[in-house]
Design a protein around this ligand. Structure first.
Ligand code: PHE
Length: 342
């Protein structure tokens, strides 16, 4: 066999093998590819195997060239076969994915986060009191003795300063009047505002307060208050009641009733507890009263010229009353199944 015939025979072999591999690729048919592999690369009677016999028949001088050519062709065929398998598998897996995708199915909604129920309540309370003419202000959560006690008419011996009822900071010098603490009430902000402003004043302050209460369904060591303060000439209890009634009706609904029960706070005189009757039940929402003359004096106001009322209500209670939540801990457990309902 001449070397030229040998080479030609191998080239034709490559051509027809490539043709069959390609048609297998086109049809994405692994069986066709496997048959082609057996036909050309089969170990026993494959076409390449038979072509190998030609090697023995070429002139001795041509043998190196013929051997080299044979090896090249063998590698080429194996390479083509490997590439064909990979291509079939790749296209198959991508069409399988395509087939699984049903464009008529409704989409899945991406769940976006939302504002915590307490924050929602705070925003709404600000909105309601804003419409009643009260400006929202903020104060610090770490307070000094003056703003949390002294200026609010809570003297050094007063039991409200008990370390069991307050979160004093570790640096506090107990009962020296220099104690810093986490504020136990938002009434601190009344003082801060009056120190900085001349009457008339009409503000609300909404924020966190801290008390070392044992945690149960109605108590938490941190909660929120809404504090209101109105100072002007001739402000009376009647104004306090009207504002709170309007406030309660707007927040809880027209059928709500409110009642005052006599009470005591060092910073108001007279003082009352504020209850609201809602869906047939009387609920306690906080305290209120006419600002004590001592408090007015401590911020440099003249009690002969101005008077005012203050109230402090629990934000959690308002939120729980409105939504029928019966355990304050739900609000702070961070359970998505609870929170996502609001
Ligand atoms: N600061 C009082 C409390 O935390 C509530 C209150 C505020 C009472 C303003 C009267 C006036 O219980």
């Amino acid at each position: 066999m001449s070397i030229n015939d040998f080479i030609k025979q191998l080239d034709t072999l490559v051509e027809s093998a490539a043709e069959q591999f390609n048609s297998a690729i086109e049809k994405l048919d692994k069986d066709i590819l496997e048959n082609a592999r057996i036909e050309f690369l089969g170990a026993k009677s494959g076409k390449l195997k038979s072509a190998q016999k030609g090697l023995g028949k070429v002139e001795k001088a041509d043998k190196p060239v013929a051997g080299k050519k044979f090896n090249e062709v063998k590698q080429k065929l194996e390479g083509l076969f490997q590439a064909a398998i990979e291509q079939i598998e790749k296209s198959r897996s991508s069409t399988e994915v395509k087939e699984q995708f049903d464009v008529t199915l409704p989409g899945t909604r991406i769940s976006t986060g939302h504002v915590h129920p307490i924050t929602q309540t705070i925003e709404e309370l600000k909105d309601i009191t804003g419409r009643l003419g009260f400006t929202a202000v903020e104060g610090p959560e770490i307070e000094d003795d003056w703003h949390n006690f002294e200026a609010l008419n809570i003297s050094l011996e007063h039991p409200a300063r008990d370390p069991l009822d307050n979160f004093y900071l570790q640096t506090a010098e107990k009962n020296t009047g220099k104690d810093n603490l986490l504020r136990s009430q938002t009434s601190t902000v009344q003082i801060r505002v009056m120190e900085d402003t001349k009457p008339p004043v009409r503000i609300v302050s909404l924020g966190r307060v801290y008390r070392p209460d044992e945690v149960d369904a109605t108590h938490y060591a941190m909660f929120h208050q809404i504090e209101g303060l109105m100072i002007d000439t001739d402000v009376t209890m009647a104004d306090l009641k009207s504002v709170l009634l309007l406030f309660a009706k707007t927040y809880l609904g027209d059928d709500v009733e409110i009642r005052f029960r006599p009470s005591f706070f060092p910073f108001t005189e007279p003082s009352v507890e504020v209850d609201m009757r809602w869906r047939g039940i009387w609920l306690e929402f906080g305290g209120a009263g006419m600002v004590d003359p001592n408090v007015l004096r401590s911020v440099g106001y003249d009690p002969e010229e101005v008077s005012g009322f203050a109230f402090g209500l629990g934000v959690e209670r308002l939120c729980m009353g409105r939504h029928g939540i019966n355990d304050i801990r739900y609000l702070y457990d961070n359970n998505v199944r609870f929170l996502s309902q609001f």
